[in-house]
Design a protein around this ligand. Structure first.
Ligand SMILES: NC(=O)c1ccc[n+]([C@@H]2O[C@H](COP(=O)([O-])OP(=O)(O)OC[C@H]3O[C@@H](n4cnc5c(N)ncnc54)[C@H](O)[C@@H]3O)[C@@H](O)[C@H]2O)c1
Length: 257
């Protein structure tokens, strides 16, 4: 227990692929603070990983959820209702763009590539939040994971930069709409961390070493640091914070050169 106690609260965390996933770092930080968990994975090939990780939190439901399937998305909330009947924290840690849209010229982005990246990485956040709200009767904390490429040009990030810009806009728009219900909506902008998705971006290791050299803290961040920021945002310690993009990047975003 790290000083924040989330006993009696329930968090739904979407996007665990394996033990390196930021979703897992967040789920584990929330779980260690006493929060009850519900976890999702995308597709059978990831099920075993997530089942194994979830053993640390007996009773936590582990559900299939591909955000392109309305049926699966609705099924997740039906299960949350059945198992817990409430929700306090929603964590969206999901992003996808086709490999060919994460290299080469942004100018060549296809309609289909744009649609897929936007739908999975940004629209799903709006949809999931809309389904979570009815369960957040006593208020809540909703968060998404973003990256500095929403604001600045990062080579090869291409269409995912557009998706993150849309996601950050959605954070502000939803924060404005849900504030009166005491539901806070924020984003964590993480520095580069070697995960399954990150390794799909061409030149990722160069990006991470550039970050190490330039960031004021002169290092890359650890998944645990993202988990800790999420724990803070989920807690009453952050009761006055909404519509914010919290950078967990060693200060990289403040630098010009
Ligand atoms: N790793 C980094 O450097 C970094 C930096 C900043 C932000 N982020 C963001 O953090 C979030 C989590 O990524 P990660 O780095 O932990 O990688 P990850 O690969 O562990 O997680 C990405 C998750 O998205 C899920 N996903 C993809 N398409 C989906 C779909 N159709 N339906 C449901 N789930 C789907 C994957 O199954 C996976 O669990 C993403 O939003 C990513 O953009 C990552």
């Amino acid at each position: 227990m790290r000083g924040i106690d989330l006993s009696g609260k329930v968090a739904l965390v979407l996007g665990v692929a394996n033990k390196r996933s930021l979703a897992w770092a967040i789920a584990d930080a929330l779980g260690e603070a006493g929060c009850s968990l519900a976890l999702t994975y995308q597709g059978e090939r990831l099920r075993k990983n997530v089942d194994e990780l979830a053993q640390k939190y007996p009773g936590a439901p582990v559900m299939a959820c591909d955000v392109e399937s309305d049926e699966q998305v609705e099924g997740v909330f039906a299960r949350v209702e059945k198992d817990y009947g409430r929700l306090d924290v929603l964590v969206h840690s999901i992003a996808y763009a086709r490999r060919e849209d994460l290299e080469g010229e942004f100018l060549k982005t296809s309609r289909q590539g744009w649609r897929i990246a936007m739908e999975i990485s940004a629209f799903s956040f709006i949809r999931l939040t809309s389904l979570a709200v009815p369960f957040m009767k006593n208020g809540g904390s909703v968060m998404a994971l973003t990256y500095v490429a929403s604001q600045r040009v990062v080579p090869n990030y291409n269409v995912m930069g557009s998706a993150k810009a849309a996601l950050e806009h959605a954070v502000r728009q939803l924060a404005s709409e849900l504030g009166p219900s005491n539901i806070r909506v924020n984003a964590i902008s993480a520095g580069p961390i070697s995960t399954l998705s990150a390794r799909g971006i061409k030149g990722f290791s160069g990006m991470a070493s550039h970050h190490r050299r330039l960031a004021p803290l002169r290092r890359n961040i650890e998944p645990r640091e993202v988990g800790d920021a999420a724990l803070f945002l989920a807690s009453e310690m952050a009761s006055g914070i909404t519509g914010e993009v919290v950078h967990v990047d060693g200060g990289f975003n403040i630098m010009a050169i």
